[in-house]
Write a protein that binds this ligand. Sequence first.
Ligand SMILES: [Zn+2]
Length: 288
Amino acid sequence: MTSKILILLTALAALASAQQKKDAGPPVLTVQQVKPGLFEITGAGANTEVRVTRDSLIVVDGKLPGEQIYNALMQQIGSIGKLPVKTLIVTQHHEDHAGNNDRFLAAGVKVLAHRNQLRDLATYKVEHVPALPNETYSGGSHTVKEGGVTVQLYHFGRGHTDGDSVVYFPDLKVIALSDLITVGSTGPRADYEGGGSFVEWPAVLEKVLKLDFDTCIPGAGDILTKADVAAFKVKMDTLVSRAREAVRSGVPKDQLMAHIRTDDLGWAPRLASVDPFYAELQKTAPQK
Ligand SMILES: [Zn+2]
């Protein structure tokens, strides 16, 4: 009886979800000014940033894949300024950030990302793998100069993935941190298949905090302050040290995540499998 009810509930849920998709209509995107010359567009994937230069628009992250989403995004970008988009910076390879790489490329836009994203995309398992960026940088930093504006990209190591770029707008003292930070009860996710690492993540945030900024745009959620980034780093430090201590004290792999206390952090870390996390903890905290 119970299983029949469960099947019925599952079927109803699937129906409701299909109906929701059908009724979804055009994607709802909203634009707001972060600081003069810098805008944020929310909805339909990760937050998108638009930096206005003298003669172009520099866009950061192009949202989930889809013609409707791309068109809605371009409409919002067009409302910011009647200038051509010359560069799309892609902060990571996941489809909520890189989903429309192909459409930007087709429009003649330079799609710029860290070199590691080429490898991340080659092993990325989704239905529509985003198109490869047509310009990459390797090493720790890259400067974009357009129309009198400088945008600084930093790759500080492994965190959410191994191809994350931190986008710094030095004259405005703003950073776009992508999913190297999460907001509210959404826990951080280390994509180990995409080269991510919880253990190395805090060192990335330490380097971020050395930059001179007062405003941080996360990959998802509301705009943050530098103090919010510092507080998030403390939580990441706490998470990793608790996990390390658990492994050191002999907590078996299958009990690790249940063993790590997270109620005071306000979120739980997200990961597809505990194996790579446990392995890197063992490497850095050998058992006594
Ligand atoms: Zn991501």
